[in-house]
Design a protein around this ligand. Sequence first.
Ligand SMILES: Cc1cc2nc3c(=O)[nH]c(=O)nc-3n(C[C@H](O)[C@H](O)[C@H](O)COP(=O)(O)O)c2cc1C
Length: 195
Amino acid sequence: MADARKPCVILGSGRPHGRTRDTIRIAFPNDTVEVVALADKVVQQYGFVSADGRDDFLSIVQKMHLANTLIFATPVYWYAMAAPLKAFFDRFFDLLDNEGGRRLKGKSVWLIATGAEPAMPEGFEIPFRRTAEYFQMRYRGEFYFRTGSGPSEAEKAALAKCGASVLMADLSQELKSPDQASFHSTSLPPERAAG
Ligand SMILES: Cc1cc2nc3c(=O)[nH]c(=O)nc-3n(C[C@H](O)[C@H](O)[C@H](O)COP(=O)(O)O)c2cc1C
């Protein structure tokens, strides 16, 4: 059972305990977020019907419904989001014109990406921003972390600071509106958090 209103991290890495997970652990210590590792779940690809027609997609969406803030965390694989997260995004097609999609409205969306190169590829955030907008969620910004030999103390401090800003934004959303329905009547400009 997910903790109601804890920010929900959808971890898109092909490695459930890889560097992106380490990054999340440093940014959000002490169980301040609910982490769903897609690599540990079964999410069928869009258009593929399994023998029993069931997978974990809808149960993950239900966890997203409980949170005010959604954080998509992914490594950069060949200049794009990791395949498990792309497969999950494709399945949002199942949420069109139904309650599952409507209940995403008003949520805050952040992107956390990790990669080996010094900067996130140009345009990497576009699918996240546009998909959020499509479902009338609010895209709040992105953080990029270069992974390598392991984070230095300064990098760990920077990660903790990024995590704290996401948690503060989540808290202020909660204080403004315990009831989601009234929240999205205002529209804040997206923050560009990276850099
Ligand atoms: C298949 C693959 C493709 C990658 N492509 C890129 C890339 O295009 N740009 C980049 O900066 N890093 C790239 N990397 C490095 C990873 O993004 C980086 O090591 C990341 O932190 C790994 O996270 P993970 O342990 O959660 O998979 C790639 C790694 C793999 C395994």
